[in-house]
Design a protein around this ligand. Structure first.
Ligand code: FMN
Length: 197
């Protein structure tokens, strides 16, 4: 990783990419992503995670067919499935979010792109457990596709009918004026915390 400017630019640039080229992800880039993941902080330093790195195109295609919300995942050359310990759901949910975001940022910091998908509760998730051979006691819901973004595609819109439908590509973010309170909740934002975009 580079200096603070690079990190801030990367963090602002992270989006959910859903279209990839066929170009593979180098072993070095993958190694860097996994190393960043490994270093993620967690509640009580439990590090309650394991990763299934999926590169087999057949398995990637099968994952993309587990539910209606992941059809784009079949175009990725690689996916990282987060397998959480399943012992402390509340804390692990937080840890999983931190982990996912760092994995995505580590991809973008290397000129790659990433897209997060969710194994929907019920039949889609059951299919994913069976497909990947993950023990039932573990908590598995998140899959992160990694690859080179398709030319001009940017983050593609979720497919019609998917739970993510309605979320626009490169969705705008709420302005800080709507989000930041000063000294007490509900107090007007008068401190010039900047705008959103
Ligand atoms: C917990 C979680 C689950 C998500 N599940 C899916 C999903 O199943 N399919 C999908 O296409 N996007 C999924 N997303 C991606 C969101 O749709 C995306 O973060 C949001 O639309 C903002 O996109 P942007 O950063 O590209 O603007 C998920 C995101 C999160 C945080």
């Amino acid at each position: 990783m580079g200096d603070g400017h690079d990190l801030l630019a990367t963090l602002r640039h992270v989006r959910n990419t859903r279209a990839f080229t066929h170009e593979s992800v180098s072993a070095e880039a993958l190694g860097t992503i996994l190393e960043v993941a490994r270093c993620t902080g967690s509640a009580m330093n439990a590090q309650p995670w394991e990763f299934v790195v999926v590169r087999d195109p057949e398995v990637l295609r099968a994952i993309s067919q587990t539910g209606p919300n992941l059809p784009w995942l079949g175009s990725a050359p690689l996916a990282i499935v987060l397998v959480m310990a399943g012992q402390r759901p509340e804390l692990e949910g937080f840890d999983e979010g931190r982990l996912a975001e760092r994995i995505m940022a580590a991809a973008y910091a290397q000129g790659l792109a990433a897209g997060l998908g969710w194994f929907l509760a019920g039949e889609p998730r059951r299919r994913a457990y069976a497909l990947l051979g993950v023990p039932e006691a573990k908590a598995m819901r998140t899959v992160i596709a990694v690859g080179h973004p398709a030319a001009g595609a940017g983050p593609a819109a979720p497919p019609p009918g998917s739970p993510a439908e309605g979320m626009k590509p490169a969705s705008p973010r709420k302005p800080l004026a709507e989000l930041v309170h000063h000294d007490r909740y509900g107090a007007a934002a008068a401190h010039g915390t900047g705008s959103g975009s």
